[in-house]
Design a binder for this molecule. Structure first.
Ligand SMILES: Nc1ncnc2c1ncn2[C@@H]1O[C@H](COP(=O)(O)OP(=O)(O)OP(=O)(O)O)[C@@H](O)[C@H]1O
Ligand SMILES: [Mg+2]
Length: 331
């Protein structure tokens, strides 16, 4: 299967003006796919368009309608608060989705590289990471993300991170269209996956903005503590900001996930109820809750997902149920 490329890259590839392709796309003479604000096209379609003198409308239909060519659902797991279970959710939800037959890519966009480490990869020794892909993009404006994609034993692919990603934050700040770098990196591989989950940093900076622009959805994990509700409010404000800025007007909330829940404590039960009344009208709150369990840190120390570490345990069941909830939301 061919990977789609940016319209601009297609124009360079075939030596034609990008405006010609843009016009043809807007008139329905060239099949393109809109991802965020980017238009993507497969090279053979440009070839067909040029071969037929740019006149044929015969084969015009959305690329997404062609079964295997559909784009992944890209979900950023984000909240501006540390330690809420973002990485744990990316790892275990990703594994559960793969177990349910989805082709899954995990993207570690956090320089702390917790996800990379949890998967047993030594981030310091890796030649190709999100860092190297972004570095290459910053000098060429082209994606080489496929070099960084690694297969893992738990059935998901991953783009690992490294501490050097911290450096790229500054370099991104000094370039043009800085918010679109991750979107453009992922575009060429987006048809190979059903779901792409992006792990993020716990504060809104250029890397998180990149994740929120690349994604169509945001999953917000939080512990049922009153202080955390403030962070959910901030996350919803950040999403509003992304809408109003025009960077990604279609960004939606997959849902708010209550994690590290201890239902024996009154406060947790109260906050869980409060969440549903306070945020229920603005964002979906998942039925599934993930209980607090020592098995989570244990599994991560063993470089396993909870689904392998304790396949029949409550934690594994919860992430399987969450995966079903998320898949059913589009069924
Ligand atoms: N349901 C759970 N029960 C018990 N511990 C958990 C649970 N989920 C996550 N943890 C543990 O809590 C800690 C923080 O989780 P995690 O790293 O997923 O948070 P994070 O939001 O990614 O943090 P950061 O903001 O630093 O990236 C980890 O040690 C993890 O193992
Ligand atoms: Mg994390």
């Amino acid at each position: 299967m061919e990977d789609p490329i940016l319209l601009r890259d297609a124009a360079a590839l075939f030596g034609v003006k990008v405006d010609r392709l843009r016009k043809a796309a807007s008139e329905g003479r060239l099949r393109v796919r809109l991802v965020g604000t980017q238009r993507l096209v497969v090279p053979s379609e440009v070839e067909r368009f040029l071969r037929e003198g740019g006149h044929s409308r015969a084969a015009v239909q959305p690329v997404a309608a062609q079964g295997g060519d559909s784009m992944a659902r890209i979900i950023a797991v984000a909240i501006p608060k540390g330690g809420t279970g973002k990485t744990t959710t990316v790892l275990n939800l990703g594994t559960a989705l793969a177990e349910q037959g989805q082709r899954v890519l995990l993207v570690d966009s956090d320089p702390q590289a917790s996800l990379t480490l949890a998967l047993g990869l030594e981030s310091q020794g890796l030649e190709h990471t999100l860092y190297s892909a972004l570095k290459y993009y910053l000098t060429t404006f082209r994606s080489q993300i496929e070099l960084a994609i690694q297969k893992t034993e738990i059935g998901v692919d991953v783009v690992p991170s490294s501490i050097r990603l911290n450096r790229v934050q500054e370099e991104l700040s000094a370039t043009v269209q800085r918010e679109f770098a991750l979107q453009r990196l992922l575009a060429p591989v987006a048809t190979r996956y059903d779901v792409i989950l992006i792990d993020t940093l716990p504060y809104l900076g250029i890397l998180v903005i990149n994740a929120l622009v690349a994604a169509q959805e945001v999953l917000i994990p939080m512990e049922p503590e009153y202080l955390a509700t403030e962070s959910v409010t901030m996350m919803l404000e950040d999403i509003d900001f992304i809408h109003r800025s025009g960077l990604n007007p279609g960004l939606s909330v997959t849902g708010i996930l209550l994690t590290q829940v201890d239902q024996r404590t009154v406060i947790h039960r109260q906050v869980a109820n409060y969440m549903r009344t306070e945020f229920g009208n603005r964002a979906h709150v998942f039925e599934t809750m993930v209980k607090q369990s020592i098995r989570f840190p244990e599994s991560q120390a063993c470089h396993q997902s909870i689904l392998q570490y304790e396949p029949d345990g409550e934690g594994a069941m919860a992430y399987r149920a969450l995966a079903r909830e998320i898949l059913n939301a589009t069924a």
